[in-house]
Design a protein. Structure first.
Length: 142
């Protein structure tokens, strides 16, 4: 049991998760950002990229426009994968076609891809990120 827990912690430490939200409205409603930041961000078409760090959601960077955000999300996943064998999960909420397109691009860009899954997130995560959110989890297999 201790060995399994140790292996699970090691894999989790090497796993990277990045995600993008399509609207700031749900982050504002959840208290993650203030009303003023939400208003300004929405007016400027700000699309925050977030990631998991130490089990917490933290801001990574701010990108203008959804196209740039998705391109940057893809680049982050490719950098996280490097040249090692990886498993990748593309998560989405009500954005199946964009998730599948992202998965297709990742398939071409990750030569050591072992397995790729496209899944829709559940209600607990969805209430915080809102429809249109996309995420990528990269986990080394070795």
């Amino acid at each position: 049991m201790h060995e399994v827990a140790s292996i699970a912690r090691a894999v989790a430490a090497r796993t990277q998760t990045y995600f993008y939200v399509d609207t700031l409205e749900y982050l504002r409603k959840g208290g993650r950002i203030g009303a003023a930041a939400s208003l300004v961000g929405s007016a400027l078409l700000i699309k925050p990229l977030l990631h998991l760090e130490g089990g917490r959601i933290v801001p990574l960077e701010k990108v203008r426009t959804a196209t740039r955000a998705l391109s940057r999300l893809e680049d982050l996943a490719v950098a996280a994968a490097g040249t090692t064998p990886v498993e990748v999960a593309v998560q989405h909420l009500s954005a199946q076609s964009r998730a599948e397109a992202l998965a297709e691009r990742l398939t071409r860009r990750l030569p050591e891809l072992v397995r790729l899954s496209v899944v829709e997130v559940g209600a607990v995560i969805g209430v915080h990120v809102g429809p249109g959110a996309l995420g990528i989890t990269v986990s080394p297999t070795g």
